[in-house]
Write a protein that binds this ligand. Structure first.
Ligand SMILES: [Mg+2]
Length: 219
C-alpha cells in the first residue's frame, strides 16, 4: 500500500510516443544549415540530437566556430517545430492508456527534458492539459542543459508547486529513474515497446507495462 501526495510523469515515451530518430536527425541537419554549416560531420550531428550536455555542445560548436548560445536556440527551435509537425500530421500521438490516469485523485505533474514550448503544444493539442496541476519542460537556453534530468531540479520545482512531500515519478529512461532517486522520490520504469530491451544501471522501485499498472500502484 502506498500513499503518495503526487504522481509525476515524464512525457515522451510515457504519455506520448517518443519522437522518431529520423525526425530529430532532419531537424538537427536543418539547424546546422541555418547557421551556415552545410556539411557537418555525422558524429557532430548525432551529438546534438539526444543526450546533449553543455560540454558536447561547446565541442561541436567550436569545430565550426559557431556561437553555442545561438546555435542551441536554433537547434531547439528546429527540433520543436519538427515535433509539432509530427503531431499535427498524425505521425506521432498520445498513448491510449493516458485515459487511465484520469481516475487518480492525486495531484499530477509532468517533468520532461523536451522543450517547454513542445510540452505546452502537446497538452493543448491532445487536450489532456487539464489533468495536470503543474508541468515542466526545458527552457531553450544553454543554462537549462545543466538542469535537465538526471538532475532533480525540475522534479523539485514540480514538488514545490504541488506542496508534495512524497511522489512517484514515472519514466521510460535511465535518467528518469536516476532523477527520481536524486529528488528522494520512488521511481516507476514503464517498459513500452521502444524500450523493451533497455537495461538500467539504477534499479527502479517499480517496473510497469503501462499506465494502468501505475494507477494500481498509486491507489
Ligand atoms: Mg522519456
Amino acid at each position: 500500500m502506498t500513499d503518495y501526495d503526487a504522481i509525476l510523469f515524464d512525457n515522451d515515451g510515457v504519455l506520448v510516443e517518443p519522437p522518431t530518430d529520423e525526425n530529430l536527425l532532419a531537424a538537427a541537419e536543418s539547424a546546422f544549415r541555418a547557421v551556415g554549416v552545410d556539411d557537418p560531420d555525422t558524429t557532430h550531428v548525432d551529438e546534438i540530437i539526444r543526450g546533449v550536455t553543455p560540454d558536447s555542445l561547446y565541442d561541436v560548436c567550436s569545430a565550426y566556430d559557431v556561437d553555442p548560445q545561438e546555435f542551441w536556440h536554433v537547434r531547439d527551435t528546429h527540433a520543436s517545430e519538427a515535433q509539432l509537425a509530427e503531431f499535427r500530421e498524425g505521425r506521432r500521438t498520445q498513448y491510449d492508456d493516458v485515459a487511465a490516469i484520469e481516475d487518480l485523485a492525486h495531484d499530477l505533474g509532468i517533468v520532461s527534458s523536451n522543450q517547454h514550448r513542445t510540452i505546452e503544444f502537446i497538452l493543448d493539442f491532445h487536450e489532456f492539459g487539464d489533468l495536470f496541476d503543474t508541468y515542466y519542460g526545458r527552457g531553450m537556453g544553454v543554462e537549462d542543459l545543466h538542469r535537465k534530468k538526471p538532475e532533480p531540479h525540475f522534479l523539485e520545482r514540480a514538488l514545490d508547486d504541488l506542496g508534495a512531500e512524497s511522489a512517484l515519478f514515472v519514466g521510460d529512461s535511465q535518467s528518469d529513474v536516476e532523477a527520481a532517486h536524486r529528488a528522494g522520490l520512488d521511481s516507476a520504469f514503464i517498459r513500452r515497446s521502444h524500450c523493451a530491451d533497455a537495461t538500467l544501471s539504477t534499479e527502479p522501485d517499480y517496473e510497469v507495462e503501462d499506465l494502468y499498472d501505475v494507477v494500481e500502484i498509486a491507489r
